[in-house]
Structures are given as C-alpha cells and as structure tokens.
Design a protein around this ligand. Structure first.
Ligand code: GLU
Length: 511
C-alpha cells in the first residue's frame, strides 16, 4: 500500500509523574477521536525515562482515568502489539543502538564539555545578550581524539549535529512553522549519565512505532525543530504535527490548580460524568463544521472530529459549560446508574449505609431513586446532592428560624394561623399524609385563614423542610413519609414529627 493510504497511527505519550490533567486528557481524547474517525490506531506509550519522578501508581492511575473516559488503546501496556515494549524504560537498548548508529555516521558527536564549562558559556552569552546556545566546542573534535578520550573513560554526552538550514515542519493547526537553525544549537541526545533525553527518545519511538500524526500540547512546539532534525539525521520522514492550544482559566492565565480541580480523578470524585467531560473536552479547542452545536455523544464526536477544525487560539476553561453538559448527561443517563453513583456520596455523608456492605433492601433502593429525582434536576455535579437533600435526613427547626428570609416569612400576620391550622390537621390525622390529603388541607387552610400563594405555602414549607424553597410538595411528602418507615443509618422524620418539632421549637422561643 502506498504510505498515504495507510491508516494513521497516533499516540498519547504521558509521563507518569502525576495525575492526568485536563490538558493531557484533551490531548489523549483528540488523538483517540482522530484514530477512531480515520480507522487508524491509537497507541499508549509511557514516557518514564525520568526515573526519579516516574511512579508506577501514576501510570496505573493514568490508565484508569483514560479508561474511565472511554479512551482505549490499540497498542500499549496491557495490550502490547508489534512495537512492544511501550514503556520507554524498557527500550533503553533500542535507543543505545540508534545512538551508536548516529555516532558512526557522524550525525552526532561526543561532547566532553563539563557542566562548569557550559555554565560559563551560558553566562558569557547572557552578558553579551547573545542567544544561550551551545558554542559547538566539541563539534569538530577528530574521530580519533573523540574515540581516545571516550576509551580513557572521560565522561561525555552525545549531541546531534544540527544541519545548516532552517528547521521547518508542517503543523495541521498552525500551518508551516520554521525555526532558524542557530536557535536550536546542537541538542544533547544522551546525557553523560547515559540516559537519553526526551526529545531523542520521543522521536525514536514515534518513528519506530510508525506514528503518522503527532498530536500534543503546544508546550512542545519549541521541541519540535530538534525532533525534526533527529528525523533528518536518521533519514526518516517526519510525521504531521498538530499542536493544541493552551487551556486557560477564566482569568486568562494558564489553567492550574489555582483555578480549582484540574485532574480527571478530581472531576470523577466530584460526580462529573465521563460522557459530560468527554463532550466538554472535545469542545475545548474544536468545533464541528458550520455550527454552534455543543451536545455530542461519543459516536457523534467520532463521526464529526477533524483535526482541521482544531483552533489555534487558546481555549478557556468554562465551569458553567461543563456543569450545563453534566446536568444534561445526568438527566439523560440511566437512573439506576446515577443512583448507584450518587449512593456513595450519601453514604459518605452518613445518610445511607455503604452500598457494598450489603446490597440495599429493594425498598430503600426504590425510595432512594425517588429521593434523587427530587434533587437531581438542580445538581451540577453529584457531590452537591447530600447537601441539597440534607434536610430529609437531618431536620433542625432552629436553623429554619435562623435564616433571615425564613424569619420574615414566618413573621407575617397569617403565618402563625396557617401553621396552627396545619399542625391541628396533622395531629387529628391517623396514618401517613399523602399528597391528596395535603392538597385538601391547604385548600381548607386557605379559606380559613385567607392566606394564599407564598403566605400560605412558605410557612408550611419552612416548618417541614427548614427552607422556603425546595422540591414540589406532592413529590416531597411521599418521600418524607415513606422514608420515615425505612431502616436507615439516620431516622428520616415524617411530616407529623416535623411539624411537631417545629411547633415545639416555636413554643420554646425559637422565634
Ligand atoms: N511525555 C511527554 C509529555 O507528557 C510527551 C510529549 C509528546 O507528546 O511528545 O509531555
């Protein structure tokens, strides 16, 4: 097959030195979408040559986060494939062979300069306001000299001989990018410790793994000319590049921890759904042809995604949009799945028993589903739910009075009359209160007291929930009444207990 007809091969190449952050997750997603759209292959390569900072637990977490987002790899750790191993720490022998080849062909040379010498060069260049590039002192050592010094055991780094012409590459997002060769100088490929550097191994691996498109963050754009020079030294054709713009916070500073959560793991912990995050990340620097459309399922993204539609301007992280998408997906998702996810937040708040201890009684399960339906529509993320539903589990009449707005609503002339009439009806009623009963009472109380609208309903709502706003009574009342019949870690009060406690607190001077 001619090369142009071969399916594309792309890779995501994280360094396992920390959590998977928004920027890298977007890079992984764009690579994955591109591969799935074109029928190409998506590789995962672990760049762990920085042994001091790389950790196995980060590698595991990275893979877990990717899979949570639904980003699976065709080749990589755990899958393997024709270019294994996919961990750079396991490829050192491959790198060594290639270094020997470059040295033998004169494309690279041994550099015996000491750290002190290089430091002094840098200081002098800085003082003379010249670019701080390597002087090339060891560039012209004779082969015999160089070999002799090496065999005497003198430590050396290996440097690439940068060609005498500008270094140019094509970037799908930015067009042709050119760097004058002087600004690149002769980069180190292998340190005197014997460890190869990022620019070198990334290039070797991309070439050996037959990567056709390098899609990554634009923080690597200044590395690219060095990488292009390495391709050239080996006589290999460079891939296409696509450098993705930086992600900024709302203050237009580079997105960082200062802006709140930025790791995929923390989004998951907050109760952002993976489909919402995928949809959101896709829009962070990309848009479909000719439209302002923002909702995309995974399948639609795969169908619509084109690298040509990726924008070069920085993307601004917008919590409001992420929340809007999450609300959409929370509503669209299978309620059972959401209930299972939401359960853990209620368990953490002490409202429910941990779900894995024993499978919940069917009655609790069904009740919890109805409880969720009350609060889910107003939740941006699942971790907000226990606070919204707290009054169901923890009813405190005193705090109901403490709120100024509540106090004002309770201070109206009609409020005590409405509450007394309501309390009297509950007291005289046997059995649980149902929504029809409640409606009848409220109509009667309206006639009896002359109160209507918020004067009628707000005092009752405050007495039952502690707040003047909340879910509709006809859904809320059965949840409170049925909840009071269940075995839960905290006892849910029914309407009767609530109004009794509230009236008691009024009598006790709560007002
Ligand atoms: N390991 C590099 C990083 O995490 C990969 C850069 C690249 O994609 O070339 O930034």
């Amino acid at each position: 097959m001619p090369p142009s007809l071969q399916p594309p091969r792309v890779r995501f190449a994280p360094s396992p030195t920390g959590f998977l952050h928004v920027g890298n997750a977007r890079t992984a997603l764009y690579n994955w979408l591109f591969a799935r759209h074109t029928g190409g292959a998506f590789l995962l390569r672990i760049e762990d040559t920085d042994l001091d900072r790389s950790e196995v637990r980060h590698e595991k977490q990275l893979m877990e986060d990717l899979l949570w987002l639904g980003i699976d790899w065709d080749e990589g750790p755990g899958v393997e494939g024709p270019h294994a191993p996919y961990r750079q720490s396991e490829r050192l022998g491959i790198y060594r062979e290639h270094t020997d080849r470059l040295l033998a062909e004169g494309k690279a040379y041994r550099c015996f300069c000491t750290t002190e010498q290089l430091e002094e060069e840098r200081r002098e260049a800085a003082a003379a306001h010249k670019p701080q590039v390597y002087s090339g002192r060891c560039r012209n050592l004779s082969d015999a000299d160089s070999a002799a010094r090496a065999s005497r055991g003198e430590p050396f780094a290996v440097r690439l001989r940068i060609p005498d012409h500008p270094l140019r590459f094509h970037d799908i997002v930015r067009g042709v990018v050119e760097f004058p060769n002087e600004t690149v100088s002769d980069p180190i490929l292998v340190r005197s410790s014997g460890m190869p550097v990022y620019n070198y191994v990334v290039t070797l691996d991309d070439a050996l793994m037959e990567i056709t498109h390098v899609i990554r963050g634009d923080d690597h754009i200044s590395n690219t000319p060095k990488q292009v020079a390495i391709y050239e030294a080996f006589g290999w054709k460079p891939p296409e590049f696509a450098h993705l713009s930086t992600i900024l916070g709302s203050d237009r500073e580079r997105l960082s921890k200062r802006h709140g959560a930025t790791s995929v793991a923390s989004f998951r912990e907050m109760g952002i759904l993976p489909e919402a995050l995928v949809n959101y990340l896709a829009l962070l620097g990309w848009g479909a042809e000719g439209g302002t459309r923002e909702l995309f399922s995974r399948e639609e993204l795969v169908k619509e995604f084109r690298l040509e539609r990726v924008t070069a301007s920085p993307a601004i992280f917008d919590w409001e949009k992420l929340h809007w998408l999450n609300r959409h997906y929370l509503k669209a998702a299978d309620p059972e799945r959401i209930a299972e996810l939401a359960w853990s937040y209620f368990a953490a708040a002490g409202f429910l028993a941990p779900r894995d201890e024993a499978s919940p009684a069917a009655a609790v399960d069904a009740w919890f589903g109805r409880l969720l339906a009350l609060f889910l529509p107003s939740a941006n993320q699942l971790d907000e739910l226990p606070a919204k539903a707290a009054f169901v589990f923890r009813f405190d009449p005193a705090t109901a009075h403490a709120n100024d707005e509540n106090a004002a609503l309770l201070a109206t002339e009609s409020a005590p009359k409405v509450l007394a009439a309501f309390a009297a009806r509950v007291a005289a009623h046997a059995g649980s209160v149902n929504p029809e009963q409640f409606k009848t009472w409220m109509n009667e109380i309206k006639v009896e007291t002359g109160a209507k609208g918020k004067d009628l309903f707000h005092p009752v709502r405050i007495a039952i929930t502690g707040s003047h706003s909340g879910p509709e009574f006809d859904k809320l009342i059965p949840v409170l009444e049925d909840g009071s019949q269940l075995e839960l870690p905290v006892h849910v009060l029914g309407v009767r207990e609530r109004i009794e406690q509230f009236m008691g607190s009024v009598m006790g001077g709560g007002q």
